[in-house]
Every structure is written in structure tokens, then in C-alpha cells.
Design a protein around this ligand. Structure first.
Ligand code: BGC
Length: 386
């Protein structure tokens, strides 16, 4: 008889998106500005999820998912400093209601990489007042939407954000400035902690966290490689978590990468040229045990336009997440990245991560066959071992 790796009861199985990547029609943020300057590809209409969310949620529901992660677009809610747009609040209320109507649990990220132009022009998270400015926005959003969502993340992958924008010049504001990078990281820590406190002042029953991207680091036996591994693992994976641990109701983790110090093992690669190492998610999850918190995997997935590796990769991720639970990780949910193909930052529409693909001209959706493999896992609340 086939063996099934069962997950805990009420496990959340879903997929994720982010506002600028799927909504379309967003012109008032730093990425749209960078696109106008020719520095990154334009997002344009994207998938037009802003208007098509109902039918997209129907599809997600038909794929067996019971959870969904999305983000709120800051530049829509606060288009000018201190001026909140209630029509846009209404929009996100409708989005969340549409999820509830389908019995899909929302996980909402308050800020996913893109800054309103006014905030970017003030220096964004370099500005010493950033924690006040950000936490006011975060508190406002939760004050309006708390009865429609329990699981809130203040921000997405702060280390990736700071890395892309302040070390490797890839993302707005396109800087290579190590000291500014450190300043921004520290301001992001302060911003999360202050937002957490301000949200808690609302005295509403919400779970507040942020989303952390962690890397599985390995090394060969050379002493310097081992030392590098320990240092980088502390700095990249854990410093931010340790400095926010008193302002975290749970831990949200994204997993995509491993890094071998001194190793040269070869892996199959995704369309992004990223090594596919599903076992790494196990190690990244195990590193979280000392925090003794509920954990959600809020992203893990791959770009695979031909859908050759996706199903196998998902199954192996699920296998290793199950092992992490057996070994003590309090994992309560997994959200595949991404629900549908979308704007993959500086790669434009070439990185195709979706369970669902779409035609850029007609906006027609098409479910990829791997989505049905994931559907079976969601519906069985587990993985059947072949
Ligand atoms: C981000 C997503 C991104 C994905 C794939 C994560 O770092 O949260 O916005 O599309 O990785 O690159």
C-alpha cells in the first residue's frame, strides 16, 4: 500500500503573489519610475489581477488551495504622504472578502518591495524618520482590514530588499554603498518593531510578523570556509530575526537558495539559473527551532516556463517540510510562489514561477499541469510516496 506523509490537521496549503507583480496599472511607485527611466522593465498591465482577482481566486479554489498570500500596494493606499485613499482600502476589503467567500485564508504582506514615489524621494528607508512613516502606514492598513485578515506581515524579505537596492545596484535606488546598506537594514529592523507595537496598540486579534528569506549555507572542511559559513549564516539568516524576535508572533520564511562555501556540487537549475535544492528547506526550517514559534513557509517555488521540473520540485519541498515537522518545526502552512506568472522584478516577464500561466496579450489564464500535482497534495493534506 502506498505510504502517505500526512501533514498536521488544518495545515494551510496555498500560493502567493505580490501587488506590483500581478495587479497591473501601478504608476506611482519607485519601480514604475525606474521603468520610465529605462532602468528596469515596465510592469504595465501585468496579469490585471487588480480587476481579475475574483476569477483568479476561483481558479485557486479549484486547485484545492485553502490559503493565499497577497500584498497591499503602499502607493495605492498612501499616494501622497499622510493622505490615505479610502477607495483603495475598499478595493482590498473586496479582495479579502472574495477570499473568505471561497473559504481561502488570507495572509497579507503590508509592504512588498515597492515604495510610493514620495517616500522614495525622501530617501526611503535611509531616512531616519522611516520607522515612523512606515509604521503609521502599517497601522492604518491593519486598522482598516483587521476583521478580514488575521495573519499580517509588515514587510517582505528586508535583507533581499537592502541587498538589491544598496549593495548590488540591481533594484531602486540602484546603489552600491555598504554603509548605507547597513543603515537601511537597521532602519528596517526598527520599522518592523515599531509597526508591530503600533499595530498591537489597536488591540485587535491579529498575528504580526514579517517575511524573511533564508539561505541554506554549507561549507567544505576548510577552516575559513567554515568560518565564513557561520558568520554569513548569522548575519544574513539570523541577525534580523534576533533583533525582532520580541515583536514576532510567528515566523514567515521564504526559501529559494543554497550557497556552498568551497563546495562545487552541481544541481539542476531553474529558468533563473538558480540551483534547485529542495532539501535546503529542511535545514532552513530546522534553524528556526530555537525561536520556538509557529512557522509558515510564505514562498518557495521555481521559474520553469516549460513546467518540466515544477511538480517534482514541489513534491520534494513537501517531503522535506514534512521531515522538518517530524523533527520539531512548528510548521503550519506552505504557500507556493507563485499563484500565477508575474512581473519578476528586473527580469520582467521572463521568470515564470506560476502554477497558472497567462497570455500577455489576451490575459487568458491557463493552469499548468504541475498545479494539479500540487492540488492532490493540498486535498490529501499530504504527499503520497510512490
Ligand atoms: C520575492 C518575490 C520574487 C521571488 C522570486 C522573492 O524573493 O518575495 O517577489 O518574485 O522571490 O524571485
Amino acid at each position: 500500500m502506498a505510504k502517505i506523509l500526512k501533514f498536521p490537521e488544518n495545515f494551510y496549503w496555498g500560493s502567493a503573489t505580490a501587488s506590483y507583480q500581478v495587479e497591473g496599472g501601478i504608476e506611482n511607485n519607485d519601480w514604475a519610475e525606474a521603468a520610465r527611466a529605462g532602468r528596469v522593465p515596465p510592469a504595465g498591465l501585468s496579469t490585471d489581477h487588480y480587476n481579475k482577482y475574483e476569477s483568479d481566486f476561483d481558479l485557486i479554489k479549484s486547485l484545492g488551495q485553502n490559503a493565499h498570500r497577497l500584498s497591499i500596494e503602499w502607493s495605492r493606499i498612501e499616494p501622497e504622504q499622510g493622505k490615505f485613499d479610502m477607495d483603495e482600502i475598499e478595493h482590498y476589503k473586496n479582495v479579502l472578502k472574495a477570499l473568505h467567500a471561497r473559504d481561502i485564508k488570507p495572509f497579507v504582506t503590508i509592504w512588498h518591495f515597492t515604495l510610493p514615489i514620495w517616500f522614495a524621494e525622501m530617501g526611503g528607508f535611509e531616512n531616519r524618520n522611516a520607522p515612523e512613516i512606515f509604521s503609521r502606514y502599517a497601522r492604518f492598513v491593519v486598522s482598516q482590514l483587521s476583521d478580514l485578515c488575521v495573519n499580517w506581515a509588515t514587510m517582505n524579505e528586508p535583507m533581499v530588499y537592502a541587498w538589491g537596492g544598496y549593495l548590488i545596484k540591481d533594484w531602486p535606488p540602484f546603489k552600491t554603498a555598504p554603509l548605507t546598506f547597513l543603515k537601511v537594514v537597521n532602519n528596517l529592523i526598527k520599522s518592523h518593531n515599531l509597526a508591530y507595537k503600533k499595530i498591537k496598540e489597536l488591540e485587535v486579534p491579529v498575528d504580526v510578523s514579517f517575511v524573511k528569506n533564508n539561505v541554506y549555507y554549507t561549507s567544505n572542511n576548510k577552516i575559513w570556509n567554515r568560518l565564513f559559513k557561520v558568520f554569513v549564516r548569522w548575519f544574513y539568516n539570523h541577525r534580523f530575526l534576533r533583533k525582532t524576535k520580541n515583536c514576532l508572533d510567528s515566523i514567515n520564511i521564504n526559501y529559494y537558495f543554497h550557497y556552498q562555501f568551497g563546495g562545487s556540487k552541481k544541481y539542476t537549475q531553474s529558468d533563473m539559473g538558480w540551483d534547485l535544492d529542495p532539501e535546503g528547506i529542511y535545514h532552513v526550517l530546522k534553524e528556526l527551532i530555537p525561536y520556538n514559534k509557529t512557522v509558515y513557509v510564505t514562498e518557495a517555488g521555481l521559474a520553469d516556463s516549460k513546467d518540466i521540473f515544477r511538480a517534482g520540485y514541489i513534491k520534494r519541498l513537501v517531503f522535506w517540510m514534512h521531515k522538518a515537522i517530524e523533527d520539531g518545526v512548528k510548521l503550519k502552512g506552505y504557500m507556493y510562489w507563485s499563484s500565477l506568472d508575474n512581473y519578476e522584478w528586473k527580469h520582467g516577464y521572463s521568470g515564470r514561477f506560476g502554477l497558472i500561466t497567462f497570455d500577455q496579450k489576451t490575459l487568458q489564464r491557463q493552469v499548468r499541469s504541475s498545479a494539479y500535482v500540487y492540488k492532490k497534495i493540498c486535498e490529501d493534506n499530504g504527499l503520497i510516496l510512490e
